[in-house]
Design a protein around this ligand. Structure first.
Ligand SMILES: C[S@@+](CC[C@H](N)C(=O)[O-])C[C@H]1O[C@@H](n2cnc3c(N)ncnc32)[C@H](O)[C@@H]1O
Length: 498
């Protein structure tokens, strides 16, 4: 039997993960490389080959069986020569720090999580891993502190189990109501309106808000994915520069296509993609869909807040980056337009995120004391590292850089708390896989490479986990690439519950 590669160009780490998934779920006696893939020597579990992510098909003498991944990417893809990441419901909304869906699925394979297994993603964001679990028939629960993340993730999951006709009907009803709807009237003190009118032309604001009103009067389960699709278009139609990760006024003209026409087009595309994915995975059981919950992963507990009482078989996540750009900036319009937050609540949410850059007034002093006295009781390496950064600061470093050591200390302390609470939610020996980015900073004119994967592995070890393995994920420009330009952008860290 031979496993054949997809047609797209592989990153070195994908070839590595490909071999690992074969070893984990098929356990062949041995294998050898061939021109188009790898040849397996039996006996091995042929049925499980269907769930492989980095192979397109299993070929025997008289048959070729495509993998589910090949089918999903074929029907929803960019053509055979490109890896598709927007198949099924994945492309419904942009989200900063989104998982590559193939990596999420490869991890589930490498960890050999069985169909029906219970998976926790404690920083689930827009729910990439939850959707992959749903494709594979695993029951996943995600937690995120950001209401937009939870809203998007649940929309993806419900769309996957919903007949296309239900979405089409909701769309038709909403568009009819939107067209006939009366103009909205806001009270002068409506903070939401005041905020949105700074960022939208008046007629566009009326149009999108009539749509929101119409959708809010449509069947809730079906209207949620539609609201998410509309939310994904908001920045394009706003006065913000849609391509800037910060909030800046746009210099480019607004799109020529009216908002409602763009929305309708996006919905049709989405319905087609999800319908195709449903045909491939052949399951629409809402039971298997999983769910996302609005929870703080540093404090969550089994038996509370909808988390259920039974322990999870594994956890998988891409945690927040250390001192990343503000997550929420590009999402402010969506959070307010969807009514998930009041404008005045945005900074509070920002400050609660692990990895946030938000520090104000007195709390800088409090953080400095915490760092210098290691109040969070971090392992020596992490505490010393933050102090080294603090000592490297010079007066020439601006206020953002002055805060880096404090923010890193707070990030480590937050992740330590998260490791403790996630440990309480999983079974003994359960694996926990994290995709972690590397960072660097320049302080006092000197460059510091922050080995976040190693730091997190050590923090996990101090908080109920045993470090199993760290796999470097090398990337470079995939198309028109040059191997010499490979960089270690991220790592897959695997720990096991002690
Ligand atoms: C890198 S993103 C995850 C992206 C996700 N894998 C996806 O595919 O969309 C990290 C997430 O951690 C969330 N987060 C930050 N602090 C949190 C906390 N204390 N509890 C739960 N989630 C938190 C952020 O809101 C963000 O969505």
């Amino acid at each position: 039997m031979e496993l054949r590669w997809h047609q797209y160009k592989y990153y070195p780490y994908e070839l590595d993960l490909a071999v690992r998934e074969v070893q984990a779920i098929l356990s062949p006696r041995s294998f050898t490389e061939t021109k188009h893939g790898i040849k397996l020597e039996g006996p091995f579990n042929e049925d499980a080959a269907e769930r492989l992510v980095y192979f397109a098909s299993l070929c025997g003498e008289d048959r070729v069986v495509p993998t589910m991944q090949a089918e999903l990417e074929r029907v929803n893809g960019n053509g055979q020569n490109r890896q598709s990441t927007r198949y099924s419901a994945h492309g419904i909304h942009e989200y900063k720090g989104k998982f590559n869906p193939q990596i999420a699925r490869a991890i589930l394979n490498i960890l050999n999580i069985p169909v029906g297994g219970r998976v926790l993603d404690p920083f689930c964001g827009s729910g990439t891993s939850l959707l992959e679990c749903a494709h594979l028939g695993m029951k996943a629960v995600g937690a995120d502190i950001n209401p937009l993340a939870v809203f998007i993730a649940n929309a993806k999951l419900s769309a996957l189990t919903m007949p296309a006709a239900q979405l089409q009907k909701a769309l038709a009803t909403a568009l009819k109501k939107q067209k006939n709807g009366s103009l909205l009237r806001y009270g002068i003190s409506d903070a939401r309106y005041k905020y949105l009118s700074c960022w939208f032309d008046q007629d566009i604001l009326m149009e999108i808000d009539r749509l929101r009103l119409a959708l809010s009067k449509t069947e809730p389960v079906a209207s949620r994915p539609l609201l998410v699709i509309a939310s994904n278009l908001l920045r394009d139609y706003s006065l913000q520069d849609p391509h800037d990760l910060r909030i800046r006024r746009r210099k480019t003209p607004l799109p020529a296509q009216p908002f409602i026409a763009a929305f309708e087009e996006a919905v049709f595309q989405f319905i087609a993609r999800v319908g195709d994915a449903q045909d491939v995975i052949k399951t629409r059981s809402p039971e298997l869909a999983g769910k996302a919950l609005l929870l703080d992963s540093c404090t969550m507990r089994l038996g509370h807040d909808g988390l259920g009482k039974s322990k999870f078989d594994c956890a998988i996540t891409s945690p927040p980056y250390a001192t990343a750009l503000p997550y929420i900036d590009t999402q402010r319009l969506s959070l307010v337009w969807l009514g998930l937050l009041q404008p005045s609540e945005i900074l509070t949410l920002e400050a609660r995120l692990v990895g946030s850059r938000e520090v104000r007034g007195e709390s800088k002093k409090v953080l400095l004391t915490a760092l210098m006295e290691n109040r969070a009781g971090l392992p020596k390496n992490q505490s010393d590292y933050c102090r080294t950064l603090q000592a490297a600061l010079s007066e020439k470093d601006g206020f953002r850089r002055q805060a880096v050591p404090l923010l890193l200390y707070r990030y480590f302390a937050g992740m330590a708390e998260a490791f403790r609470s996630i440990r309480r939610c999983v079974k003994d020996n359960a694996p926990f896989a994290l995709i972690v980015g590397y960072n660097h900073t320049i302080l006092g004119g000197k460059r510091f490479d922050i080995e976040t994967p190693q730091h997190l592995a050590e923090l996990a070890e101090q908080n109920g986990w045993i470090h199993d393995e760290t796999i470097t994920l090398q990337t470079y420009q995939r198309y028109g690439y040059h191997m010499n330009n490979a960089v270690n952008a991220e790592a897959l860290v695997i720990v096991k519950a002690a």
